[in-house]
Design a protein around this ligand. Structure first.
Ligand code: GLY
Length: 566
């Protein structure tokens, strides 16, 4: 028989006015002196090396982050770029301050929901994921300029130099890059400026191909020379608007001029002696991670066998994901019950609905909309010699974003409009269904799952994050729990993964994550397990304060990444 959850407790907790949770970060327990050397882990060795190049020129972690981000915009364009956006957590050692930079894209002023609905009333996925109407106003250039100006030590001409050099001289794209061109070739072929770059001779290039991007180099040079105005005004802005409108898009010069990167207060949650600092809305990831940790805080997982500890974690994921899309959106547009969601009392109520040994079918929980996982985006982590840190997750949404390159710029526009709830009640690329909080409005940021995070303990610190759509949240959660269990960066990135997101009601499992006995025990408890190919691309750095050693690791599932300590 299925255990009946205590809905009275859950319902009561929903309406509690509480003060126990905290939406703001307090100072974290980090050493007053830095590690004396640096660590960077990113999805591409050229980007990691660019970060070290800029550290070698006297830069700090924030300058290195500008170098890594801009280099990824050249060498891993399928995942992120200056036509997209990012969310970054910064830790400044000099005043022990945590800062969140929100460089998420915004809807253009002329956004029109009708274009994303087909004649049959179903979502028009072609418009929301391909071509210029799928693109939000980019945030990455403004965010990088903000980070350099407020936290870096070097001019953009130095921190953008590696990216400009690689775009000019060229590089050999790896198999993953070529594979994503293959995946997106039909859409890339629709747009002449995209086909000219990625489909030379009309074909998907083979291994050994050198990709030079002179237009992108010039766009980056204008950014380096003029800062924000080098992208959001002048020649680049004109080229972007002309290209968008010339291909049926709706951007205007005023949209670009109006774009602002924003600083927001990071979220903070205490868990078993550790302080986790993570992303606030418009990310849903930090809220979900905090909610799951608050539920788990009431269990002694270490005393349980793997099957029961996993069961309780899955049940906590299920409940946090239920809230994920119900309430959240752009904080500048939507009032959200964050105090409630982050409250220990709310977590107590949710925990009381969990049976110790029976899965709760998701359809027994109050109905809400739920996301599907996706495999895009990129993440990198940095610690410098002074102890400054950056956790940054960057995206153009799906592979190669909209697949639309604005002629003359080399910039691939994102397809982040699909992250809005464009058609009420209907799923987007990640299965996200419409909730009003995430409906598009002019100038509004679309909800994200990006969850760059810090974990601060008395003896150790971690900088952590991953791409992967809604699986970002469970990957980062499992990484945080592994770090708290004493695992190294190398072990955290290699550890096998599982994922539950409320709906569909199943546990996605990577081969090898559970032994036969655990699989049987979970199945007997009522969990439906589905095997799935490996997912994610974690890039993690850790700092052991006792030995002053750093560890940097890039996900072993993806050979192009590099974690390096120097
Ligand atoms: N575009 C994926 C995300 O922001 O979560």
């Amino acid at each position: 028989m299925v255990h009946a959850p205590s809905w009275r407790v859950l319902a009561a907790s929903l309406f509690l006015v509480v003060g126990a949770g905290s939406a703001s970060a307090q100072s974290a327990p980090v050493p007053t002196k830095g590690p004396g050397h640096a660590a960077i882990a990113s999805a591409n060795y050229l980007a990691t090396n660019a970060g070290f190049e800029v550290l070698g020129k006297g830069g700090n972690a924030f300058d290195a982050a500008v170098a890594v981000s801009s280099t990824l915009a050249v060498v891993e364009q399928q995942s992120s770029g200056i036509g997209g956006g990012f969310m970054a957590l910064l830790h400044r050692a000099s005043d022990n301050r945590d800062i969140f930079i929100d460089a998420r894209e915004t809807a253009p002023k002329a956004v029109d929901m009708k274009v994303y609905v087909g004649k049959d009333g179903q979502p028009n996925r072609d418009t929301s994921t391909n071509g210029p109407l799928s693109a939000g106003i980019p945030g990455e250039p403004a965010g990088l300029v903000w980070m350099a100006a407020h936290y870096g030590k070097l001019p953009l001409s130095v921190s953008l130099a590696p990216a400009i050099r690689i775009a000019t001289e060229g590089f050999q794209p790896d198999a993953r890059f070529l594979g994503t061109i293959e995946d997106r070739k039909d859409v890339l072929a629709r747009y002449p400026a995209s086909a000219a770059i990625y489909l030379p001779g009309g074909e998907v290039p083979s291994a050994g191909w050198t990709l030079k991007q002179p237009d992108l180099a010039k766009t980056l040079q204008r950014l380096a020379a003029k800062g924000r105005d080098g992208f959001y005004k002048g020649e680049t802005a004109r080229l972007l608007v002309d290209a968008s409108r010339g291909a049926g898009g709706n951007w205007t010069a005023a949209d670009l001029e109006a774009y602002q990167a924003k600083e927001r207060e990071p979220l903070s949650v205490d868990y078993k002696g550790y302080r986790i600092v993570t992303a606030p809305p418009p990310s849903s990831g930090g809220i979900a991670i905090a909610e799951i940790l608050n539920i788990l805080a009431g269990f002694d997982l270490a005393k349980l066998d793997v099957a029961h500890a996993t069961h309780l974690t899955i049940e906590s994921m299920r409940r946090a994901f239920r809230d994920h899309n119900e309430y959240l959106g752009d904080p500048d547009f939507v009032k959200m019950p964050l105090d409630m969601l982050l409250s220990k009392y709310y977590a107590d109520g949710l925990r009381a609905t969990i049976s110790p040994d029976k899965a709760t079918p998701s359809d027994l929980l109050p109905a809400a909309m739920a996301p599907e996982p996706g495999m895009h985006t990129t993440h990198f982590s940095v610690i410098d010699a002074e102890g400054n840190m950056v956790a940054s997750t960057l995206t153009v949404n799906l592979e190669f974003g909209s697949a639309f390159v604005a002629k003359g710029t080399g910039v691939v526009l994102n397809d982040e409009m699909d992250d809005f709830a464009l058609v009420p009640g209907q799923p987007n690329a990640f299965g996200l269904r419409g909730a009003l909080a995430n409906a598009p409005e002019p100038g509004k940021r679309m909800l994200s799952s990006m969850s760059p995070s810090f974990v601060f303990g008395a003896d150790r610190t971690a900088v952590i994050g991953s791409p992967g759509g809604s699986t970002i949240i469970t990957q980062v959660l499992e990484g945080i729990l592994a770090f708290i269990d004493g695992k190294s960066a190398t072990q955290i990135t290699a550890q096998k993964r599982y994922h539950h997101q409320y709906l569909p009601d199943r546990v996605d499992v990577e081969a090898g994550v559970f032994d036969d006995a655990t699989t049987k025990a979970l199945t007997d408890m009522g969990h439906v397990l589905r095997n799935r190919s490996p997912w994610g691309f974690m890039n993690v750095v850790t700092w052991d304060h006792r030995t002053n050693t750093l560890d940097a690791a890039s996900d072993p599932r993806r050979p192009s990444g590099l974690g390096k300590v120097q």
